[in-house]
Design a protein around this ligand. Structure first.
Ligand SMILES: Nc1ncnc2c1ncn2[C@@H]1O[C@H](COP(=O)(O)OP(=O)(O)OP(=O)(O)O)[C@@H](O)[C@H]1O
Ligand SMILES: [Mg+2]
Length: 188
C-alpha cells in the first residue's frame, strides 16, 4: 500500500505575524497584562528582548508602563528619555525580575553603545524593552518580538507583532493560539 505524505501545514518559522486593533487604552492595558503574565511562563520569556516601534505618541511608553505595573513594579515609573535606560525590578527575592526600559530617541553616538555597557545588559538576565530601536540599528541583537504601533486617531491603535528569533516565533505561535486574533501568515 503506498504511503501518503502527511500534509505540510507548518508555515516557515519566520512567517507568523500578529495584528490587532486596540480601540482604546484599556485594550492596550489588557494586552500588557497578558504579555506580562505570558513572559513569566514562556521558557526564556523573562529575558525577552522586545522592540517597540511607532511614531511620537504612538503609545510605546504607555504600553511599557502598563506592562511594568502588571509585572508588579511599584512606585513612580520614570521615563528613560534622558537616561536612555531606566532599570526596574518586578518582584523580590527568588521572584525578582529585572526589566530594562530603553529609549534610544536621543541616542546620538554609536560609540556610546560600548561605553554605556549596553552589551552587558543585553547579554544578561531580564526583560529588555526598547523604544526607538531605529536609532541604534545595527547595534541591537535580534529582537524576540518587534511590536509596531500605529495611531489611527486619539485612542485607536493598530498593532503588529513580528519576530526575529526562533523562540520569539514560538511565543507568538502560543500567543496567537491563546488570544484568537486575526493571525496573518505573511505571503512571501
Ligand atoms: N490605545 C492606546 N494605547 C496607547 N496609548 C494611548 C491609547 N489611546 C490613547 N493613548 C494615549 O496616547 C499617548 C501615547 O503616548 P506615549 O508617550 O505612550 O507615546 P510614545 O510612543 O512613547 O511616544 P514617544 O515616541 O514620544 O516616546 C498617551 O497619552 C496615551 O494615554
Ligand atoms: Mg515614549
Amino acid at each position: 500500500m503506498p504511503l501518503s505524505h502527511p500534509p505540510i501545514v507548518e508555515s516557515q518559522a519566520t512567517d507568523l505575524t500578529w495584528r490587532k486593533l486596540w480601540p482604546d487604552e484599556a485594550a492596550t492595558q489588557a494586552f500588557a497584562a497578558q504579555l506580562a503574565e505570558r513572559l513569566q511562563n514562556w521558557p526564556g520569556g523573562r529575558d525577552a528582548s522586545i522592540e517597540l516601534r511607532g511614531d511620537l505618541g504612538a503609545g510605546k511608553t504607555t504600553l511599557v508602563r502598563h506592562l511594568l505595573r502588571s509585572a508588579g513594579v511599584q512606585g513612580r515609573i520614570k521615563s528613560p528619555t534622558y537616561a536612555v535606560v531606566e532599570p526596574h525590578q518586578a518582584g523580590s527575592g527568588e521572584a525578582a525580575w529585572p526589566i530594562w526600559h530603553f529609549d534610544f530617541y536621543r541616542f546620538g553616538d554609536p560609540l556610546e553603545w560600548a561605553d554605556a555597557g549596553f552589551r552587558d545588559i543585553f547579554a544578561g538576565p531580564g526583560l529588555k524593552l526598547m523604544e526607538w530601536p531605529e536609532k541604534v540599528a545595527g547595534q541591537l541583537p535580534p529582537a524576540d518580538w518587534v511590536i509596531e504601533l500605529n495611531a489611527l486617531d486619539e485612542n485607536q491603535r493598530q498593532v503588529h507583532i513580528a519576530t526575529q528569533t526562533p523562540r520569539g516565533q514560538q511565543w507568538l505561535r502560543d500567543w496567537s493560539a491563546g488570544s484568537c486574533p486575526a493571525k496573518a501568515p505573511r505571503a512571501s
